[in-house]
Design a protein around this ligand. Structure first.
Ligand SMILES: *Cc1c(COP(=O)(O)O)cnc(C)c1O
Ligand SMILES: *[C@@H]1O[C@H](CO)[C@@H](O)[C@H](O)[C@H]1NC(C)=O
Length: 482
């Protein structure tokens, strides 16, 4: 977290200067030594002798690491990358050598590189120096502190959602996630409430730390049955935490939470700032119905987190106003209908179908049954084609992937299910989406599907995309900037 110099809001070009300044402030507050250097440079003091020892560090930076990286990525990429980096380092070297303000101003990224290198050398940030007390670890220890409420409890009942960070969070906090598989109802994957109930009885309610449910998720999974889960939690006197990752933007998800709390127990629900408020990744909101409980969590605040995510949301909300935010939400809903229609007709044009997932208000899924063949090659290739064509967010889910996280193996990983009947493709209508996004995505998707079909017809499914294909992709991405 320290000196991270978040590569984040480089995209928020509208407020380049304040953005940059706030990041400086972030670094400043994190590092007293750095503060000193920062003002030193800002005030154009002519000699930077104090930086003498770091010359060496900047000079031979990373050669070895670049060559190590060549084992992972092709060497031409590494060459490009290291050249790009070297041009920044060159400027830094000049500054250290000459000890005076550069004639030509630096780009923001060079300044950031320099600042982050300095921040890394700050004693506060020495890796070996970081006790448990100083970093994110505190958030985890906040959870540990909650053990006091249920001293014996160590199981977290978790209706399966294939999102690694949820799972890792529970493991990191020192608990044992108990994965409850979903049930297939029509095309939809829905909460197996009975299985949760059975697990509670099997483990003993007093051993269950909480039920950890999810609202917003990729179709064909649907938001968990919050009413039933909440009622179950209240019956067994078990806390209930809801992962509402991008659910704030959907009235349906928010309604589910409200209902859950009305008929049963929801202790807290958590949502990401970036996904709901169009700010850079970084913060989250913890909310609940019992003010004291939220206050208790709030008191766990370790005291050194960055204020920047809060500031971003404040600025955004002030900029939009309540009416602006509501307008975005209703536009999103409208685009969900548009996307539904467009995907539906695209699917039928290609002999596929839009999976029927009426309980998922944000994400949609289109079958790729015709691309399955003997293996997932075509399906996987579609994924990489879409990536090349810069269709971001459209994710392709082949069957039978396996993933082991912290000792637990998820069969059918990414599909929230051990054996979903067909491979599929996801697209979502999330806040900020525009008609252009939908139109372009459908157009490119259509092209990709046609190309794959042609390939299959030529009876050579193993053929990699031709150079023609690459060329088209490049042209597409060029015309995307409009
Ligand atoms: C994005 C997401 C997360 C992780 O959210 P962060 O804001 O990155 O912590 C967890 N669960 C679901 C369902 C998500 O979509
Ligand atoms: C490569 O990275 C390692 C670990 O980050 C570091 O110790 C080493 O000095 C780096 N190599 C060079 C040449 O900078």
């Amino acid at each position: 977290m320290y000196g991270q110099c978040e590569s984040r809001d480089l995209s928020t070009r509208g407020r380049v200067l304040p953005g940059f300044l706030s990041r400086c402030q972030l670094l400043v507050c994190l590092s007293p030594v750095f503060t000193y250097l920062y003002y030193f440079i800002l005030l154009f003091l002519p000699v930077l002798r104090c930086l003498e020892p770091s010359k060496q560090l900047f000079r031979n930076m990373n050669n070895e690491n670049f060559s190590l990286s060549e084992k992972i990525v092709s060497s031409s990429y590494i060459r490009q990358g290291s050249e790009a980096r070297r041009s920044h380092e060159q400027l830094i070297r000049q500054l250290l050598e000459q000890g005076k303000c550069p004639e030509q101003g630096w780009s923001e990224s060079t300044i950031e590189l320099f600042l982050s290198e300095l921040a890394l050398m700050d004693s506060n940030n020495f890796l070996s120096n970081c006790g448990v007390g100083e970093r994110e670890g505190r958030v985890a220890s906040g959870l540990v502190a909650r053990r006091h409420y249920r001293p014996k409890a160590r199981f977290i009942l978790w209706p399966r959602i294939d999102q690694k960070s949820c799972f890792k969070a529970m493991i990191t906090a020192g608990y044992e996630p108990v994965v409850v598989e979903n049930v297939l109802e029509g095309d939809e994957l829905r909460t197996d409430v009975e299985a949760v109930d059975r697990k509670i009885l099997e483990l003993g309610a007093e051993n269950v730390l909480c039920v950890h449910s999810t609202t917003s998720c990729f179709a064909p999974r649907t938001p968990d049955r919050l009413e039933e889960l909440s009622a179950l939690c209240s019956k067994h006197d078990i806390p209930h935490i809801v992962n509402n990752a991008y659910g704030v933007q959907s009235s349906k998800c928010m309604h589910l939470i409200q209902q859950g709390s009305r008929v049963g127990r929801i202790d807290a629900f958590v949502q990401s700032l970036d996904k709901n408020f169009m700010v850079p990744v970084g913060g989250a909101i913890i909310a609940g119905f019992d003010e004291t409980f939220i206050q208790d969590i709030s008191k766990m605040y370790p005291g050194r987190a960055s204020a920047s995510p809060s500031l971003d949301v404040l600025i955004t909300l002030l900029t939009l106003g309540a009416s602006g935010y509501k307008r975005l939400l209703s536009e999103r809903k409208e685009m969900y209908s548009v996307l539904t229609q467009e995907l539906k007709s695209l699917a039928s044009a290609h002999g596929e179908r839009l999976l029927h997932t009426p309980h998922n208000p944000i994400s949609l899924a289109m079958s790729l049954s015709g691309f399955q063949g003997d293996n997932d090659k075509a399906v996987t290739q579609l994924g990489s084609m879409l990536f090349t064509r810069q269709v971001s967010g459209a994710r392709v889910i082949p069957l039978g992937k396996e993933m082991t996280i912290a000792g637990h193996t998820f069969r059918g990983f990414m599909s929230h299910s051990e054996a979903y009947p067909c491979p599929y493709l996801n697209a979502a209508s999330a806040v900020g989406i525009r008609r252009d996004d939908v139109t372009l995505c459908i157009k490119r998707l259509d092209k990709c599907l046609k190309t794959l079909k042609k390939q299959a017809a030529n009876n050579d499914p193993s053929e990699p995309p031709s150079s023609q294909e690459h060329c088209e992709a490049a042209m597409d991405s060029l015309s995307m900037g409009q």
